[in-house]
Design a binder for this molecule. Structure first.
Ligand code: AMP
Length: 500
């Protein structure tokens, strides 16, 4: 039976006629054609089916970024399975939680962790895949016959991605074939990806950004990727003259800006730089334009919703904003149960084919956040201005309530970031005996540097007294996760005792 809904079938059809063309350029000069990629994926699907993977079964994967890992993703979904990627940084006890929660049929891990992972994987079959794409899974896959994708419906699950859990326990976001296919097709069009593009792919593939935005958009465009195992300024700058697009987190851009080899000439062949997963500083946006002549296109999304908003391709890319809702996606800002007027801050909700199916085995959590009429409460505080541009002002859980007043960290951070001698800042609330929470600013100085006194003096008169930090701490760097997100929870824990 022909299955038009199947994500992998759709991805494959997008490169029809280009089977012998190169999909991936690998470090060291190797290449992988579209045909080789999908043939590898079919062998993975056969191997998994041979291990008992049935439609709907989870395949949990904690491996390094390789082409074989991409084949494993495609192969799992071809076999009707649900791909469940895990951050390579997760420790044994963390993996034990995910495996216990998701009860996968197969777990694939790095060979060096085989024993540790086997001990916590219960009934699951544990296979290995290493950083060179070798291991027991590869051995099983080699020599397997071709594989026809198992028939799936649009709403059937293709993946479960656990949220990064910056604010609480990780939840498994269930994503359907249609969630993934529809969003990537929208992005392909919105960002004008075609088969002539060459995308620099340096993001991890255990997260929505590298796995779905980068990989699926490239496959839907039938374009080439420069496939890098991780962020590597040398490799990215080397690739730039023959590439057309880069997808990155903000730290990619700040790190590249620190390299003198970033010049307009080097970026001359590039048509698009995209940033997301964490807020891009206005300063970075401006510096990037001055250095390369390109305005970074910032977009916004999350594990549960895929991508929801994007700055325009042709129109004005407004620094500090995440642009407009994507075609087919609705966005609104809610406060006290009602939609707020333009420019006012509230909690952002989104609705559309991009929105996930709910949290794995957490019907109550799902009901709290995914409303019956389809609107998903993102937990991000945002405003939408009169022109329709959306600005994210931070996570709702990062909102500070001090002496009964609300303080939006972004408002304070923006003022501090604009001061001379400041690179960036994070404003948090920590327990305070009088005020409930006290505002604390953690500041990273730059250049000549600054002092807590200078910052305090500069904010006086600019901010209401209750918004002014009661304590300003200078740090060399902010704690960030692999996706470049500032770990405010870690800062709150670290400074929990600041006010006694
Ligand atoms: P994740 O599920 O790991 O992709 O994290 C999603 C969260 O990252 C969102 O809910 C936002 O808080 C944040 N985020 C993603 N993109 C942006 C952006 N362009 N600007 C600000 N925050 C962002």
């Amino acid at each position: 039976m022909y299955d038009a809904n199947h994500l992998i079938r759709q991805l494959r059809e997008s490169s029809l006629g280009r089977e012998e063309d190169v999909f991936a350029r690998l470090p060291g000069g190797g290449t992988v054609t579209f045909d080789a990629l999908f043939a590898g994926a079919e062998r993975m699907a056969s191997a998994l089916a041979g291990q008992g993977v049935q439609p709907g079964d989870r395949v949990a994967v904690q491996v390094q970024k390789t082409i074989q890992a991409i084949e494993l993703y495609l192969g799992t979904v071809m076999a009707g399975g649900i791909f469940l990627p895990l951050n390579t940084a997760y420790t044994g006890p963390e993996v034990a939680y995910f495996v216990g929660d998701a009860t996968p049929r197969v777990v694939v891990c790095d060979p060096v962790r085989k024993e540790e992972i086997s001990a916590i994987s219960g009934e699951a079959k544990v296979l290995t895949l290493d950083a060179a794409g070798q291991g027991t899974l590869r051995d099983l896959a080699d020599g397997q016959p071709g594989f026809e994708p198992v028939v799936r419906q649009a709403d059937d699950l293709a993946a479960i991605l656990y949220t990064s859990g910056t604010t609480g326990r990780s939840k498994g976001a269930m994503l359907s074939h249609d969630n993934l296919a529809s969003n990537s097709l929208t992005l392909r069009g919105y960002w004008r990806f075609t088969k002539d593009d060459v995308l620099i792919h340096a993001l991890p593939i255990f997260h929505t950004h590298g796995l779905f935005v980068a990989t699926n958009v490239a496959l839907f465009a039938g374009c080439q990727v420069v496939f890098l195992p991780g962020f590597d300024a040398d490799a990215i700058l080397d690739a730039m003259p023959t590439a057309t697009a880069l997808m990155g987190v903000p730290t990619f851009y700040t790190r590249l800006l620190a390299d003198a080899r970033l010049t307009p000439e080097r970026a001359a062949n590039m048509r698009l730089f995209i940033s997301g997963s964490a807020p891009l500083l206005v300063d970075t946006h401006e510096q990037w334009e001055a250095r390369t002549g390109h305005r970074i296109l910032e977009r916004y999304g999350m594990t549960e919703t895929n991508m929801s908003t994007s700055n325009p391709y042709d129109g004005e890319r407004r620094a500090g904003t995440v642009g407009f809702p994507l075609p087919g996606v609705e966005a609104r800002v809610i406060k006290d149960g009602a939609e707020v007027p333009a420019g006012e801050i509230g909690v952002l909700e989104v609705r559309g084919p991009n929105v996930f199916q709910g949290y794995w085995q957490m019907p109550e959590k799902t009901a709290e956040e995914l409303q019956a009429d389809g609107w998903f409460i993102t937990g991000d505080m945002a405003k939408i201005d009169a022109d329709g541009y959306v600005t994210i002002v931070g996570r709702e859980k990062d909102l500070i309530i001090t002496g009964g007043f609300n303080v939006y960290p972004k408002e304070v951070e923006s003022l501090i970031d604009d001061l001379p001698g400041v690179l960036e800042s994070a404003v948090i609330g920590v327990p305070h005996p009088d005020f409930g929470e006290g505002v604390v600013a953690v500041v990273v100085p730059k250049g000549e540097g600054t002092s807590a006194e200078a910052i305090k003096a500069a904010l006086t008169g600019q901010l209401a007294k209750f918004k002014q930090p009661k304590e300003i701490l200078l740090l060399e760097a902010l704690p960030r996760n692999t996706m470049g997100k500032v770990q405010k929870k870690a800062l709150r824990e670290e400074y929990a005792g600041l006010f006694g």
